[in-house]
Design a protein around this ligand. Structure first.
Ligand SMILES: [Zn+2]
Length: 405
């Protein structure tokens, strides 16, 4: 029975792929690799730190417009391209984030060694943006009329402290018209991300009187207090199930080697598959930072008000999960079987967290090719096989959107 129905969906996909409009798009995809790689290099070489995505957004917007999409930039900074379907009330949204984790001034020029392209952001998310530009081009080649409206967006605020504000704005704008949302993030086609990991991010800062390293020796030191808190929290047990994690990502503070600092701060990322576990980690973080401060005060025998701790939220990502029997998941699995692509279900923290947390069918998929070293200066991307990623996205979108004949 399973074999029979698998054969039936294979037949349906073969029929869809053989449709003249679809075939034109797939033929273009077959020879699109060099074009896609050129666009990816061009977009990656335009810096896009958090909260400064506008220039890269403009270049991405031109690519969508060149393929006949109706483009606009919303007030959040999202670049949005629409290709209207015959039913304007139903929308398939694909989004690739424009921003990177790399600060202004990072050298983002792309270098090649053998088949590999190297640059910060080349894979995360240069490949996602190139895939959406390729999809727009493929739809232009097809000249097909879809039933549902297709929206391709380069969205802001996925990384760091962006707090998914771009995706939040897209979901608010399209609301109940959304039939499915696909976040295109990173290269790999070996997974379907159906579960959004919850995360909470904080900055813990400690301020104090400061002073001279010699004459004020014995005054409480915010860096030492923070370090005591970090060490204490590092002893917290973190379960494997539900899988959870924490990271102290940046520390800063002080002005010179011979001054007792007046301020020190650390940024922390907490993640878990389970919101309850995440709350437990948060309260243990708060306790640890407080007791680090107390330990510093008692070591220096200072009045208890001479150091102040403040913990500020930098963002919250809600958890969510696509049901196993979701038609969106079934469609992607059919496409994978048709293309001979093996994939597994995955959990991650992406733009898809927002629609998933609201019960809107959503996944995150890769754009094609291979990559590694994400969020490091050694990030790389190998475009071999990127056409598979683009076909996978195209056939998924066409299956979901429906073709008018
Ligand atoms: Zn990413």
């Amino acid at each position: 029975m399973a074999t029979l129905s698998a054969r039936a969906t294979d037949d349906a996909l073969a029929k869809l792929a053989g449709d003249p409009a679809c075939a034109r798009a797939l033929q273009w995809i077959d020879k699109s690799a060099a074009w896609s790689t050129d666009q990816q290099i061009r977009l990656t070489e335009i810096p896009a730190p958090e909260f400064a995505e506008a220039r890269r957004g403009e270049a991405f917007k031109e690519l969508l417009a060149a393929s006949g999409f109706q483009v606009q930039t919303d007030k959040t900074g999202n670049v949005i391209g629409e290709r209207p379907g015959s039913d304007a009330k139903s929308v398939i949204l694909l989004a690739a984030h424009l921003d990177t984790v790399f600060p202004a001034g990072t050298d983002v020029r792309v270098t090649r060694d053998a088949n590999r392209l190297r640059a910060p952001g080349i894979a995360d998310n240069g490949v996602g943006l190139a895939a959406l530009a390729g999809l727009a081009h493929a739809f232009a080649e097809s000249r097909m009329q879809t039933t549902k409206t297709i929206v391709l967006a380069g969205d802001v605020g996925e990384e760091g402290e962006g707090n998914l504000r771009g995706m939040r704005a897209l979901i608010e704008a399209y609301g109940s018209r959304l039939a499915a949302v696909i976040a295109v993030d990173g290269p790999s086609t070996d997974h379907i991300t159906t579960q959004g990991i919850a995360s909470r991010r904080f900055e813990a800062s400690i301020t104090g009187p400061g002073g001279h390293s010699w004459s004020d020796f014995g005054s409480p030191n915010p860096i030492t207090a923070l370090a005591r808190g970090i060490v204490q929290f590092s002893g917290t047990s973190v379960p494997n199930d539900p899988r959870s994690s924490y990271n102290f990502g940046t520390v800063e503070g002080g002005t010179s080697v011979n001054s007792i600092p007046a301020r020190a701060a650390v940024k922390i990322d907490l993640r878990s598959e389970d919101e309850g576990e995440l709350s437990r980690l948060e309260s243990s973080l708060r306790d640890a930072m407080q007791s680090g401060l107390k330990a510093e005060l008692s070591a220096t025998k200072s009045p208890s008000d001479s150091l102040q701790l403040s913990i500020r939220s930098l963002g919250t990502r809600p958890a969510g999960k696509l049901p196993d029997d979701s038609p969106l998941l079934a469609t992607i699995r059919d496409v994978d079987r048709y293309l001979g692509n093996r994939s597994r279900l995955e959990r991650s923290s992406t733009d898809a967290n927002i629609p998933l947390s609201m019960g809107i069918p959503a996944v995150a998929l890769g754009g094609g090719g291979r990559g590694g070293g994400s969020h490091t200066l050694d990030e790389w991307y190998d475009p071999a096989g990127r056409e598979l990623g683009l076909k996978r996205l195209f056939l998924t979108v066409v299956s979901l959107a429906g073709v008018e004949r």
